[in-house]
Design a protein around this ligand. Structure first.
Ligand code: TRP
Ligand code: SF4
Length: 400
């Protein structure tokens, strides 16, 4: 019904690191040539947890967008924009809040986790509880059905789907939809019609997903109903009529876990990162100082790559022949750890070279970045306005 469209976002955390590149940005770059893509700076989201210190938002936004561009996100293919510059995000958030049960928000696993983890902050706020709903608004505003996110964000995409479904159910009915659907049930005929009703009730009252699947299968092999009636009966199962907001789904990247300098996942909070545009000397120094297999105290002590964080980086940056050289040289103490690190250093520097080149014009002339984002905001706004028009019409707010 709507074309495939990708929406994703990142909170403005400032300069990005290679973990962001391998985990997210590389995938965005691939997606931008396959789909219509919207990539958003989630600055409202930053405020849900950092409302007590807003000083960094602006700089972090521009630093982050430059890193997107440096990674190869291409403004002639994808729309890059800022959430707070498109006021419809806030408007849709309010609209959807009318039909979002509190319990759906409270049961999101990250909600209680984060409150505990960030216990030095008061996150008992309305805004923080609404974090997933704001994210749902981001997605639904562009009728984005494909959402590339990491594993931790999947519950948010799931709740987005439930909210869309509920919205369509509450506001999307065609006139006389229920009567038409009931009439269609009669047309399927006695036993099957009855079974359809039973399964529908089970799904709607108990959320029994197997019942839903069984009912769909039953419709699939009913021959004696028209195409329109079949569509109605599919819609009737899940409650809805007309689909105003499409149901989104997460697009999982093939798990690329980028190891950090200490072997843990690369993350700012572990202080083990290499930033995307880290100075070559610093990169070299950081890698040369990486811990290795503790058994290799002296140059002559043999080691085991499996116990070494450098080996994990070889998985990202080295080809088979280098990896064989590492295994043999490490186990026989034939190579030193600094020798072993050299190809990793070169791999990182080679990866960063085009990033520096792409970033250069934007660093020299920051107005280029601003105009890319201004264009993106305008394009995003056009789409957002259309969705909001339909949403308000369905909610009885389109009078003048
Ligand atoms: N919550 C996401 C994160 O922390 C960022 C985000 C905001 C987002 N809105 C979004 C991601 C919409 C995907 C789609 O990573
Ligand atoms: Fe690690 Fe390489 Fe040293 Fe072996 S030789 S311990 S793999 S850095």
């Amino acid at each position: 019904m709507y074309p495939d469209r990708v929406l994703s976002g990142m909170r403005p955390t400032g300069k990005l690191h290679l973990g962001h590149y391998h985990g997210v940005l590389k995938n965005w770059v691939k997606l931008q040539s396959e789909y219509e893509c919207f990539f958003m700076v989630a600055d409202w989201h930053a405020l849900t947890t950092n409302y007590d210190d807003v000083s960094g938002i602006e700089k972090n936004t521009w630093d982050m967008v430059i890193d997107w561009l440096a990674s190869g996100v291409d403004p002639s293919q994808a729309t890059i924009f800022i959430q707070s510059k498109v006021p419809e995000h806030a408007e849709l958030h309010l609209a959807l809040s009318m039909i979002t049960p509190l319990s759906w928000l409270e049961r999101i696993p990250t909600y209680k986790d984060q409150i505990e983890k960030l216990s030095q902050k008061d996150l008992g706020t309305y805004g923080f509880l609404g974090y997933p709903l704001l994210m749902a608004s981001d997605i639904l505003l562009y009728r984005g059905n494909l959402v590339p996110v990491g594993e931790d964000q999947i519950p948010h995409v799931e709740i987005t789907r439930e909210i869309a479904r509920r919205f369509n159910h509450v506001f999307g009915k065609e006139p006389g939809f229920e009567e038409k659907a009931e009439a269609a049930v009669k047309k399927i005929g006695g036993k099957k019609g009855k079974l359809y009703q039973e399964l529908r009730t089970r799904y709607q009252q108990e959320g029994d997903v197997e019942a839903l699947e069984a009912a769909k299968a039953l419709l699939g092999d009913s021959q004696n109903i028209s195409y329109g009636d079949r569509e109605r009966l599919f819609g009737y199962l899940e409650g809805g009529g007309k689909m105003i907001l499409p149901e989104s789904q997460p697009l999982l990247t093939e798990a690329s876990r980028m190891p950090g300098l200490d072997g843990n996942k690369m993350s700012k909070s572990y202080n083990n990162t290499i930033s995307l545009r880290e100075d070559a000397e610093v990169v070299t120094k950081k890698i040369r100082q990486m811990p290795t297999d503790p058994a290799r105290v002296r140059r002559n002590d043999p080691g085991d790559p499996e116990k070494c964080p450098v080996w994990q980086l070889h998985q990202v940056y080295s080809d088979e022949s280098v990896k064989e050289w590492v295994i043999a040289g490490c186990k026989s103490a034939g190579i030193g750890c600094l020798d072993c690190k050299q190809p990793v250093i070169e791999g990182v520097l080679a990866e960063q070279k085009p990033m520096f080149e792409r970033a250069q014009p934007y660093l020299e002339d920051p107005t280029l970045v601003k105009s890319i984002v201004a264009d993106g905001c305008e394009r995003a706004h056009e789409v957002a306005k259309e969705t909001m028009r339909d949403v308000k019409e369905a909610m009885g707010l389109s009078y003048s």
